[in-house]
Write a protein that binds this ligand. Structure first.
Ligand SMILES: *Cc1c(COP(=O)(O)O)cnc(C)c1O
Length: 383
């Protein structure tokens, strides 16, 4: 049995995790505007896993509260043509576009929904560039929860329509994701409900770690040498690290992988911070890959800390490289990914000459191509 404690990821102060206080009081009081969230909490497992463990044994909510929806257990592809063409015989694609709402975000929504059910909370509030919102709307629908969603004007129409189909209460914000985030936090303060905002609610980090647990098991109980992770707010990256950390600290894995944060040229705050050692003044983001487009990465400090601690890397790709990667991934493997997810593939293509071809490489495909047809159109000619 595994039990969890909860502590500040910056100062280490221990907390009991409650819906009312999701950040460390001390560190959050030093929050400055336009900087990543201070005082994001983290979970720490203790105890022993049962011999026939699965991912739910490593999550901080009991099994019976999870809604009846098939999140995770996504396939690990062995793309024959890409393996041959790149010269990497141990290349894998972790296909998280196969989650119920079409993105990896379902892993976080699943845990948040389970927590809400355990605590008797009926309403979830979330700001999103699209996928976190449509994910919470869908998983929330399966769980019988009501979901209030703040989406920026720029969200791709498919993600918006998807959210409405799931029955979410949708507020369209005339501005960026950053404004939608502020509006959602004001809503939680004023009307109540559980925040599913990425990084703010540490369950969003913890839920995403299941992707690493699955990769480990699918590789026959081994840690890959490299994991390529498309990165905006840095929460998927943090979650990926959390999964491998658990495997390592519980003695199941003997090492950590090298994680590579792949960022778009027009939205590369975490990569810049890794070079500089800290976060600077925010730069207005601009990229075709909406899911990794953020001015201020909410989970930036957590992600940066993990990259530094575990020797992670970052690589930057242009929109042109992302569109080319979307097309090469689709046409050479049969996996149609949305631009943010194709960015991970673009990152591998860009970095592969620096990597030993014998390495085991997992590329995280985080979202489905059908979620943003307008961008995908740019990579093909329609006559
Ligand atoms: C959210 C998302 C990302 C980036 O995750 P962060 O936690 O913001 O870094 C990448 N790809 C897809 C498809 C996403 O939805």
């Amino acid at each position: 049995m595994i039990s969890f404690s909860c502590a500040c990821s910056l100062c280490g102060r221990e907390y009991e995790f409650t819906p009312e206080r999701m950040l460390c009081d001390d560190c959050a009081s030093r929050q400055t505007p336009d900087q990543p969230l201070m005082g994001v909490l983290e979970f720490r497992p203790e105890g022993q896993l049962p011999r026939d463990w699965d991912s739910l044994d490593l999550l901080p909510v009991e099994r019976e509260y999870f809604p009846p929806v098939p999140v995770g257990q996504t396939p690990l592809w062995e793309p024959e043509i890409l393996r041959r063409e790149t010269g990497f015989p141990k290349l894998f694609l972790k296909d998280d576009s196969r989650n119920p709402t079409g993105s990896l975000k379902d892993r976080a929504s699943y845990l948040v929904a389970a927590y809400a059910r355990r605590e008797g909370i009926e309403r979830i509030v979330v700001a999103s560039t699209g996928n976190a919102g449509s994910s919470m709307a869908g998983i929330g629908a399966a769980a019988g929860l009501s979901v209030k969603l703040f989406l920026p004007a720029s969200a791709p129409p498919a993600k918006l329509v998807q959210s409405l189909q799931y029955g979410a209460d949708l507020i369209r914000v005339d501005g960026t994701y950053d404004l939608a985030y502020d509006r959602s936090m004001a809503c939680v303060a004023g009307e109540g409900g559980l925040s599913r905002n990425t990084a703010h609610n540490p369950l969003t980090i913890e839920g995403k770690k299941t992707v690493s647990l699955e990769i480990f098991r699918q590789l026959g109980g081994r840690v890959p040498d490299y994991v390529f992770v498309p990165t905006g707010d840095g929460v998927i990256l943090s979650g990926v690290y959390r999964g491998f950390e658990d495997l390592f600290s519980l003695g199941l894995a003997d090492r950590m992988p090298c994680c590579v944060a792949v960022q778009a040229e027009g939205s590369a705050a975490i990569s810049r911070a890794l070079d500089a050692g800290s976060f600077g003044t925010p730069v207005a983001s601009s990229t075709i890959a909406d899911s990794i487009s953020v001015d201020v990465p909410r989970g930036g400090l957590f992600a940066l800390g993990r990259l530094q601690r575990h020797g992670g890397k970052a690589v930057i790709v242009s929109d042109r490289e992302i569109l080319a990667a979307q097309r090469s991934l689709s046409s050479r493997s049969g996996l149609f990914a949305e631009p943010a997810a194709a960015a991970a593939w673009a990152g591998f293509v860009k970095m592969k000459d620096e990597i030993d071809p014998g390495a085991t490489v997992a590329v995280l495909i985080t979202g489905n191509g059908l979620k943003d047809i307008d961008s995908a159109k740019k990579g093909v000619s329609l006559s």
